[in-house]
Ligand binder design. Structure first.
Ligand code: GCB
Length: 585
């Protein structure tokens, strides 16, 4: 196994074409609930590769010949990289890597899991930012796009006893990606969520969706290889057990049941299992309904006020990687504010967030990074956006905590954007008819009303408004309330002001906590007087890294957090929001 001579490739500028296969998308899904996983977490080798020499020169084909015994010069070798942790945002490991944007190789060796005849082995990557190309033992297996959703690749065909896995992960910001090159958070690099090997029988359960519709538990099953047969679904605690007839790989069935409905006050979950042939999967599921009536959101048929806060996945030490402890801290702080709701901005957060929110009784808004000026006219960009949305939905649609799928944030109301987002909204409904579809929209500031054409295609309207900060007059917010007749629930999905913790000044001095308090006071006063605001998620819980923000008070951070980036220091506006949530009914 050798790479081609480095010189052969100097003039080949089409080297990337054959690697842009995009075959690792939601169609290669594998339901992982209840499956045993073999973790590939640990020390991997990292080779930064800004000039993509690895793809040009086929580094993945280089074998393990010791350097002294090689007969040709080489520019890089996956085995010779730096030691880094996977999962992690490796760019945080050394100051000189901090701003890296481009391709990098992450490689490791592993022994194949023991398996019986006919069993199959899959690799699941929880998330890698942004374009991942997977190579096993020198063979290119495919590529995935999207920086925040899981994907799966079957290894069976090329697996040996001893294996080398090479991932070429490119985090470059580009105009045709989702998000595109311009966004207000940090562009971390890495394979930053779990990487696992999963063993299945020859025929396996690809997906299991469990819904609560009209007093019945409805189950939708997909199995591999277009198989036909009978699957068995059970929730022992509810005495629910029924067969699902599977034909051509798909089946659906339902049965009446009387569960205790899931709610923030009583986050009751039930153990469910599905067996098909030699395969068996499991999940813990809560049952509830979410709907709208005029301007209200109804949880289990009763109106609910969504008292929330936005949160990014960002940490001084971990970057976009996270941990249960980090997620639980987020929840504790949100609860201390009086929240029952979190907006997970602006991309799919770690899958543990929805699992833990299910157990703790928090409601969630989940979003895909169709953010600002995405290349709406580009069909390949649409395909990537829809794929990220479907991967998110397939991952989290059994989570009672998730009540909203958001298809985007602050996009200008153009014809291309309308058709792009309308398609996305209907894809969300096709994949999950039980949740509310929304987007964070802009308001028409000149006319002081909500008139985004996308509103017609949403169940709930999110609006981002920064009266008191980017826009001066909070009175305009009240005018927007009076002038807008959307006939649907409205959530104020962003509002806020910015100050480094502890910086004091006059209440009108920008970037002081005093100004932040003044903005929050004026906002909660206005919102408290408005009819038809179903919820609110101020921007945001913690300060976060953002390279766009470089003024003397920011220096690479967006400081609109109610808590500083240390995740400890509360700003004074925290109490203003907390006091409002205590009295907002
Ligand atoms: C917004 C964006 C958010 C930004 C925020 C800000 O409207 O949706 O991503 O970080 O404003 O701080 O300006």
């Amino acid at each position: 196994m050798t790479a081609s001579n480095a010189l052969d490739h100097l003039h080949d500028e089409r080297y990337g074409d054959s690697f842009d296969r995009r075959n690792l998308d939601h169609r290669s899904w594998l339901f992982v609930g209840g499956r045993r996983r073999q973790s590939l977490a640990g020390t991997w080798r990292l080779t930064p590769d800004l000039f993509e020499e690895g793809l040009r020169q086929h580094w993945y084909r280089l074998d393990g010949t010791p350097p002294d015994a090689r007969t040709k010069p080489w520019d890089g070798h996956p085995d010779e990289g730096y030691d880094v942790r996977v999962p992690s945002c490796w760019t945080l490991a050394r100051p000189e890597w901090r701003h890296f944007e481009g391709s990098a190789w992450l490689s490791r060796h592993f022994r194949a899991p023991r398996r019986a005849d006919g069993e199959r082995i899959f690799l699941r990557i929880g998330a890698a930012n942004y374009d991942t190309k997977v190579f096993l033992n020198g063979v290119f297996l495919g590529s995935h796009r999207g920086g925040s959703t899981p994907f799966v690749v079957e290894l069976t065909r090329v697996l040996r006893d001893d294996n080398r896995l090479d991932l070429c992960v490119d985090n470059a910001r580009r105009p045709d990606r989702v998000p595109m090159h311009h966004f207000d958070w940090f562009n971390y690099a890495g394979v930053y969520r779990a990487v696992d090997l999963i063993r299945t029988p020859a025929i396996f359960v690809r997906d299991l969706a469990v819904r609560w519709i009209d007093g019945a538990v409805e189950v939708e099953v997909e199995v591999s290889d277009g198989a036909t047969g009978i699957a068995r679904f059970e929730i022992p605690e509810l005495r629910v057990a029924f067969d699902v007839a599977i034909a051509g790989g798909r089946g659906r069935a339902r049965a009446k049941a009387s569960p205790r409905l899931w709610s923030p006050a009583d986050p009751k979950l039930y153990d469910a299992t599905l067996a098909f042939g030699a395969d068996r999967v499991a999940d813990r599921i809560g049952f509830r309904t979410i709907a709208t009536r005029d301007a209200q959101i109804l949880l289990n048929g009763a109106p609910i006020r969504l008292k929330g806060v936005c949160v990014h996945e960002d940490d001084l030490r971990l970057g976009k990687a996270t941990s249960d402890a980090d997620i639980r801290r987020r929840f504790r702080h949100a609860r201390a504010l009086g929240c029952n709701f979190l907006r997970l901005a602006h991309y799919p957060h770690h899958e543990r967030v929805a699992e833990l929110a299910d157990a703790e009784g928090l409601l969630l808004w989940a979003e895909v990074p169709v953010y600002w000026a995405v290349d709406f006219a580009n069909p390949r960009t649409y395909r990537d956006a829809e794929n990220q949305l479907v991967e998110l939905i397939r991952r989290d649609r059994n989570r009672a905590s998730v009540i909203v799928w958001s298809v985007g944030n602050e996009n200008a109301d153009t014809r291309e954007r309308l058709s792009f987002m309308r398609r996305l909204a209907s894809a969300a409904r096709r994949w999950d008819p039980t949740r509310l579809v929304s987007a964070a929209c802009l308001v028409n500031k000149a006319k002081k009303r909500i008139e985004d054409r996308l509103v017609r295609h949403l169940d709930v309207v999110g609006i981002n408004e920064y009266y008191g900060w980017y826009d001066e007059d909070v009175g305009d917010l009240l005018a927007i309330g009076r002038n807008s007749r959307v006939g649907k629930p409205v959530i104020i999905t962003e509002v806020g002001a910015e100050a480094p913790a502890g910086r004091r000044g006059r209440p009108d001095a920008l970037f002081t906590e005093d100004k932040m308090v003044a903005v929050y006071r004026a906002q909660v006063d206005a919102v408290g007087r408005m009819d038809g605001v179903a919820g609110m998620t101020p921007w945001l819980l913690y300060d976060f890294r953002s390279e766009r923000r470089q003024n003397r008070f920011q220096r690479g951070f967006n400081c609109k957090g109610l808590i500083a980036a240390d995740k400890k220091t509360r700003k004074r506006a925290f109490a203003v929001l907390r006091d409002f949530y205590r009295r907002w009914r």
